[in-house]
Design a protein around this ligand. Structure first.
Ligand code: PEP
Ligand code: MN
Length: 337
């Protein structure tokens, strides 16, 4: 249920509404739009009903949101969510590009990559320090040392950094270095991790699970929003299908579907979606054309020697060309990159 206030509603009238929600031991969620305030309720179980609000002064109308996700729904927040991380705007007309290696491997590797992707126009530096690997024998990431190097490289080249947390135990550590916390596909439904990450009130990059429906992704986003994190970015990174020609199958239709159902920004990761370097340009162009708000792309100074995801990582020249070509596609759909 959301309570839509009149354009003319006063602060006192808004407070009367939030007060009533608090009295029922619920937490109100105020969404101050350009025109009017919409009040939501940040809890699932309560016995508040529309008639308890409909006749309060300043209330325009009350809408029951029938979808299982409320705060994430377009009904609750009709405008696109746009927010800033450092100087980078996310969810606006300009697409946000997050680029960097799959994993931080050394000081040289991350600084070299940061310099190159920045020069090509990337906005945000990515790099894993805790890697969720299928094999326990594969490179697991550099841990705190990797976080330090990533954040230092981000500072040096003036880019916010995004990095994954795989374990609630490491949340505070990751949050100390990351500007955006990544919750990966394998943890999308780790609800305890979602709740604890939300409580940190930092922007969260939430990747769609390997076999998650769009509604599952939105329910996980709802955990974050209900837990107090407003700045959530959704990421389509390919899903498991019967097709094995690519690492995953990029669900390109997830973008228009998500844009219809939610106000949250949607980013596509063609790197994990395809697993194959050569397919990344075309999937990137398709992502821009279909309305994605950004891209996450793996870039490595020497992909053949990468500790993880080398076959899908772009060398610097290829990333640079991709950015140039992407600008044309973005312009064709009235956006910039
Ligand atoms: C990653 O971004 O490096 C990663 C592991 O992604 P995903 O969770 O989508 O597999
Ligand atoms: Mn990777």
């Amino acid at each position: 249920m959301i309570i839509v206030m009149k354009v003319s509603a006063t602060e006192e009238q808004i407070q009367a509404v939030t007060g009533r929600i608090e009295k029922a031991d619920c937490v109100p969620n105020l969404d101050r739009g350009a025109e009017r305030v919409i009040v939501g309720i940040r809890t699932g179980r309560h016995d508040l009903t529309p008639d308890q609000f409909e006749n309060l002064p300043g209330v325009d109308h009350v809408v029951r949101i029938l979808k299982p996700y409320k705060l994430a729904s377009r009904e609750f927040h009709p405008d696109d969510t746009v927010f800033k991380v450092g100087n980078v705007e996310i969810g606006g007309n300009k697409l946000v590009v997050m680029a960097g290696p799959c994993g931080v491997e050394s000081e040289e590797q991350i600084f070299f990559t940061a310099k190159a992707v920045k020069a090509s126009g990337a906005d945000i530096l990515r790099g894993g320090a805790f890697k969720p690997r299928t094999s326990p024998y594969a490179f697991q990431g550099m841990g705190e040392e990797g976080l330090k190097l990533l954040s230092a490289a981000g500072r040096e080249y003036d880019m916010p950094v995004v990095t994954e947390v795989v374990n609630p135990r490491n949340l505070d550590l990751v949050a100390a270095y990351a500007d955006i916390i990544q919750i990966g596909a394998r943890n999308m439904q780790n609800f305890e991790l979602l709740k604890e990450a939300a409580a940190l009130r930092k922007p969260i990059f939430l990747k769609r699970g390997l076999a998650a429906k769009i509604e599952d992704l939105l329910m996980s986003a709802e955990y974050l929003l209900a837990g107090g994190c407003d700045d959530v970015i959704l990421c389509e990174r390919g899903i498991r299908t019967f097709e094995t020609a690519t690492r995953n199958t990029l669900d390109i239709s997830a973008v228009p579907v998500l844009k219809k159902l939610t106000h949250l920004p949607v980013v596509i990761d063609p790197s994990h979606a395809s697993g194959v370097r050569d397919y990344i340009p075309s999937l990137t162009f398709a992502s821009i054309a279909v309305g994605a708000d950004g891209l996450m792309i793996e870039v490595h100074p020497d992909p053949a020697c990468a500790h993880s995801d080398g076959p899908q990582s772009l060398p610097f020249e290829m990333f640079d060309q991709l950015m140039k070509d992407s600008a044309k596609v973005a312009a064709a759909v009235g956006r910039s990159i």
